[in-house]
Ligand binder design. Structure first.
Ligand code: AMP
Length: 283
């Protein structure tokens, strides 16, 4: 595995590969890798000749400085996992490398409605930061395909909007969410949970599955959401921030199951200081 720390070196290496018509698959991450990340890399390896993964904890997407400080960083273990996975290229930039002109965005991306709901509403500035870093990384890596997880469904839709708006020549592939045996979505943030919290957080996926059943039985959305919220909050440590049925493309919350062709149940909940998100596609 080659490790690049500067954009310039990686860019010129990739330019040479592309001259030879080698296809590039890219998986951007913030590290503290788990099998969800490795599954994205596996998919990139299956679909492209060369796979690139980046590890960069992007300061501009954290609206909460404590969350940024406490974000797990396990770089040595990550490198070992990536070597075992036979990844071709790891990009490990510093903040100065990604933001040589400073972290202030020049012009806002204005990616429209999809950035306004859910994570956009509860984490002001989050998607501007995500768009900023992914745009920068795409400029450096210039991948044919970009692999992102459904775990962050709204992020996938935001990046799709970015790619369309800026006419970027990259195909975005959304990959399934990997889960623990308990159903809990794998997440770097799970490393901050103690065994009791890990056990209790499994109720989040059960509540999402309850909403799938509620859809199948055509129960009204408001009552279904109340029941699902109560389910989660029966676990004393868990506090729901939002739980909604949303249009799976715009993430707009819905009142009726038939208001959109594709719908998703989306949740954000705190357990202690740790904020977890998850979603399921319903139809
Ligand atoms: P992160 O390191 O959390 O920024 O995530 C990097 C990429 O991995 C994003 O595209 C995430 O959506 C994806 N990802 C995170 N957790 C999972 C999971 N449990 N299953 C599949 N993909 C995931």
């Amino acid at each position: 595995m080659l490790i690049f720390k500067t954009a310039k070196e990686l860019q010129s290496y990739i330019t040479e590969l592309k001259k030879k018509r080698i296809t590039i698959g890219f998986v951007p991450t913030m590290g503290a890798l788990h099998y969800g990340h490795l599954k994205l890399i596996e998919q990139a390896q299956q679909q492209c000749n060369i796979s690139v993964c980046s590890i960069f904890v992007n300061p501009t997407q954290f609206n909460n400085p404590a969350d940024f400080e406490k974000y797990p960083r396990t770089i040595e273990k990550d490198i070992e996992l990536l070597e075992n996975q036979q990844l071709n290229i790891l990009f490990l930039p510093t903040v100065a490398e990604i933001y040589p002109q400073g972290m202030q965005p020049t012009t806002p991306y204005n990616l429209g409605e999809v950035t306004h709901h859910l994570e956009g509403a509860f984490r002001p500035g989050h998607f501007e930061g995500v768009a900023q870093v992914v745009h920068t990384l795409l400029n450096i890596v210039q991948p044919h395909q970009l692999f992102m997880g459904q775990k962050d469904l709204q992020q996938v839709k935001v990046i799709q909007a970015l790619i369309q708006k800026l006419n970027i020549d990259t195909q975005l592939i959304m990959c399934n969410t990997l889960r623990e045996n308990s159903g809990l979505a794998m997440s770097s943030r799970n490393q901050r949970l103690n065994p009791q919290q890990l056990h209790e957080s499994a109720i989040i996926y059960q509540a999402l599955n309850y909403l799938v059943a509620a859809y199948q039985q055509n129960l009204p959305i408001p009552q279904s959401l109340k029941n699902a919220t109560d389910m989660i909050q029966q676990t004393k440590q868990l506090e729901v921030e939002y739980l909604v049925i949303a249009n799976a493309n715009t993430l707009k919350p819905l009142q009726n199951w038939n208001e959109a062709p594709q719908i998703a149940a989306c949740v954000a909940a705190y357990i202690g200081e740790v904020r977890l998100i998850d979603n399921v596609l319903i139809n």
